[in-house]
Design a protein. Structure first.
Length: 87
């Protein structure tokens, strides 16, 4: 697995319940500030339940995709964690 992919997954794994980060913020922390689309692509292929990819959202506050039930399930999960900064 590529180093960037590993960093993205580790950063995402550390996002606490009730918090979110943007794809761009994850990309910045992973070492490539221009790779927000790559972050989205990496997370779209994540099926590891220990990596809470539902906590990564778009910079405009919208949800973005979610590979385990789509945007509706992503909203349900974020609502259950009392996340309020999403559109």
């Amino acid at each position: 697995m590529k180093e960037f992919t590993l960093r993205v997954k580790e950063i995402t794994k550390r996002i606490p319940a009730g918090s979110t980060m943007t794809y761009k913020e994850v990309a910045d922390l992973a070492g490539n500030s221009k790779a927000s689309r790559a972050v989205a692509s990496i997370l779209s292929r994540n099926y590891d339940s220990e990596i809470p990819c539902h906590r990564v959202i778009r910079s405009d506050g919208s949800l973005g995709g979610y590979n385990r039930g789509g945007e509706i399930q992503k909203r349900v999960l974020l609502d259950s964690e009392k996340v309020s900064n999403v559109n």
